[in-house]
Ligand binder design. Sequence first.
Ligand code: SF4
Ligand code: SF4
Length: 445
Amino acid sequence: MLVQIAGITSVPPSFLPEPVRQSHVFQTAANSYVLIVDGSRIYAIDAEMAAQLRSDPGNSTHLLEGLSLLDPDRPRIAAEAPESVPVRSLSLAVAQKCNLACTYCYAQEGSFGSEPKNMEHEAALRSVELLFRSASAGESVNLAFLGGEPLVNRPLIRDCTKLAAQTGKSQSVRTNFSITTNGTLLTPDDGRFFEEYGFAVTISLDGIGEVHDSQRSFQSGKGSYARIIENVRPLLAMQRQMQVSARVTVTPGNLRLKDTLDQLLALGFHSVGFSPMLHAPSGRGEMDQAALDEMLAQMIECGETFERRTALGERYAFSNLATAMREIHKGTHRPYPCGAGGGYFGVSADGGLYACHRFVEDPNAKFGDVWNGVDPATQKTWLAQRHVHTQSPCSGCWARYLCGGGCHHEVIHRGRPACDYIRGWLEYCLQAYVRLQASTPEYFA
Ligand code: SF4
Ligand code: SF4
C-alpha cells in the first residue's frame, strides 16, 4: 500500500509507473519512495511496491498513462525544444584580464585566449538596452558582472548598474545584480555600492589559507588568501540588502569540504557552495573518478550536518543542498542544465553575445552581438541540439530533468565524467528532502 508523506500527494498502487527512466525508487531508513521523472513528483510507497518497481527493468507506458490519468495536470517536459527564449539575463565580461593566475582558469588568465582588454562603454550600454528590450512590467531581469576580474573595470560596473537600475525602475522591471570576483581588489566603498543596489556578491575561495593559495595565486606566485579575507571582512559586516557568498571550485587538491564549509561560514559568508572542476584548458586540477567519489562523500557529510542543524531550527548555509531542497520542493524539472543560449548570454568585452560567461570568444557558441541582438537561427539550432532529449546517455537517465544534461561547456570540452557523482548527489538530495519534510516541514513554508 501507499503511504502519504507531509506535503506530498499519495497515489493508488495501480497507477504507479514502472521503474527505469520514467521513475526512480529511493529509500530512507524509514520508508521507500518513488520519483516520477517527468513532473518531478515524489510519492511514498511501501517496501513491496518498491521491490516490484526495482525488479521491473521495463518502461511500460500503460502504467505511465495510468499515472497521468491520475494527475493529468502535472507539468511535463514538452517533447520539442523551444524555438526561441527571450533574453532575461546577461553577464558582462567587463574586464577580459585578471591579476591572478589560477591553476585551472577556464578564461586563460581572464583573456579567453585573446588580447587582454576592458569592455568599451558603448558595448556595456548596449548590453543594458538589450536586457530590457523585451522585458515587460512585472518581469525580472539579471545583470551579472564577471571577467577575468571584473573589478579591474570598476567604473563601468557602476555606470551599468546605475543605468540598469534606472531603466528597471522606469519600466517596472525588477533588476537583480550580481558579481563574481576574486576578492583581491574589493574595497569598503565597493561594499557600500553593492549594498545600495542589493548585489549578490560571489567570492571565489578554494579553501582556507595555503589550500586556497595553492590554486589561486597572484601572477607573481604569491598567495591571495590573506588579501581576500582582509578585503572581504568589511563587506561581510555590511550585509543587509547585499549577500556575500563563497564559491569553492573543487579539485583533487582541496577535498576537505566540511572543514572548508564550517570555516567559511564562521567568517560570516551568507552561504557557501562547491563546484567540481571538470574541465580546465590547462588540464590542471580536473577531477578524476576517485576525487569525484571523495567529493560525493564530503558533500553528503556537509548535507547531514545541514539536516541536523535545520531540524534544530538553525541556519547552516550549505548552498548546494539549500538550492536542491528549494528546487525539489517546487517540483522543478527542466530539459537544460541552465539558461545558457536560452534566456542567458555572456557578453564579451567587444560586445559579442555568447552562450554564457564560459563560452566568451568561442566562435562555435556565438549568437550575435549586443547591437543586433540574438541571431534567431543560431538560438533555434542551439536549443534543439542541447536539449536533454538529444543528449546521450541523458535521454535514458532517471536524473535527466533534475540535472538537465550537465554544463554545456564541460560536456562539449570533456564529455560526462561526473554522472555517477551527479546521480549520487541527487539521490542523497531526494532522501534529505523526504527526511526534512518529515522532521521539519516548516523549513519549506
Ligand atoms: S549528464 Fe549524466 S547525470 Fe545528467 S542527465 Fe545526463 S546522464 Fe544523467
Ligand atoms: S553552460 Fe555551464 S558554465 Fe555556462 S551557464 Fe550553463 S552550467 Fe554555467
